[in-house]
Ligand binder design. Structure first.
Ligand SMILES: [Zn+2]
Length: 152
């Protein structure tokens, strides 16, 4: 099963999640605020998404920045497809400016449901995302209307 390779993290604080390997995921408040601004609270709100950006400290992850929807992305009520090259070019710029310290850690997107759960499409997309990565596996975040789901 593809889905067995993505495990949900346990939220242990306002900005902190515990991963299955004993490490933690820390997300800066500024990042959570930006994501919170894209929550699909209205029926007309479209899905949003982008990259999660930051660095590794051993088994711990620290998300300090993100990319947000751009004009060439495909957005609908139930789907976000990252198409705009600005996501990659922005992360590449941060990577170079930080001399390789800051990198893409994974992806985020929104769901129009209170308690978000990954769809089969999400699980397949994440599998593909991980296949294209070297080194550490990616983390994934879904922002629902009330709750945030994270895993990796
Ligand atoms: Zn989804």
């Amino acid at each position: 099963m593809l889905s067995s390779q993505i495990n949900e993290f346990k939220r242990v604080g306002p900005q902190l999640w515990r991963k299955g390997d004993g490490g933690h995921l820390l997300i800066e408040d500024s990042v959570l605020k930006v994501i919170g601004g894209y929550r699909q609270e209205c029926h007309s709100d479209l899905e949003a998404g982008g990259f999660l950006v930051g660095f590794y400290k051993g088994v711990d992850l620290h998300v300090i920045n993100l990319t947000v929807p751009q004009s060439l992305d495909k957005r609908s009520r139930f789907r976000f497809t990252r198409k705009d090259p600005k996501h990659v070019s922005q992360v590449t710029r941060w990577y170079e400016q930080s001399l390789g310290k800051i990198n893409c850690l994974g992806e985020w997107h929104t769901h129009p449901e209170r308690l978000p759960k990954p769809s089969d499409i999400d699980l397949h997309a994440w599998q593909t995302f991980n296949e294209g990565r070297r080194g550490q596996l990616a983390i994934f975040l879904i922002a629902g209307i009330s709750e945030i789901w994270t895993g990796g």
